[in-house]
Design a protein. Structure first.
Length: 174
């Protein structure tokens, strides 16, 4: 793989070459110059952390998007997390109980809660985030009131090998 950008150019050339299959692919991507201030995410001590199978989160988000655009994620008890949608065509709810009696760690649902939290998020973006499901067998949701949600995937289920974090601000009522 080759990445190439000429000086004073607004195009990035990405090329792939495979000598075994004698295949060569090239793509040009136009670059944009974003002139805005950098949004920083402050260090936060999250009050709730939920670790669950990534396929489970993907299925929940995919199922609930059929009912509405906003999901309410709530951790009200130390042993359950609920996902609730109220939409024009109906309502939907999924509750996951703490699950630690499985043989594989990745099948467990672990909940660490210091205080109850209930926030609303755009399901559209959560569904985008769950496209990272094939990269990791489990995902962590870090939730605190009035702070962006972190959807964290550890690559190869080991943070030392890399991770992918998505941040999503909660919806605020007008």
């Amino acid at each position: 793989m080759t990445l190439k950008k000429e000086e004073d150019s607004d195009v990035l050339l990405i090329s792939f070459e495979n000598s075994e299959t004698e295949r060569y692919s090239a793509f040009e991507v136009k670059l944009i110059d974003i002139d805005c201030e950098h949004l920083g995410i402050p260090e936060t001590d999250y009050k709730c952390t939920v670790r669950l199978p990534s396929t489970e989160l993907q299925k929940i988000c995919r199922d609930l998007k059929e009912f509405g655009e906003t999901v309410q994620i709530a951790v009200q008890e130390k042993d359950a997390i609920s996902f609730t949608v109220n939409g024009d065509i109906g309502n939907g709810a999924v509750t996951l109980k703490k699950r630690d009696n499985t043989n594989r760690d990745v099948d467990k649902v672990a909940i660490a809660m210091e205080e109850p939290v209930s926030l609303a998020f755009a399901l559209r973006y959560l569904n985008f985030f769950t496209k990272a499901t094939p990269l990791s067998e489990s995902v962590s949701l870090n939730i605190t009131k009035d702070v962006p949600l972190i959807v964290a995937y550890d690559l190869d289920d080991s943070p030392e090998k890399g991770y992918l974090h998505f941040y999503l601000a909660p919806k605020i009522d007008d």
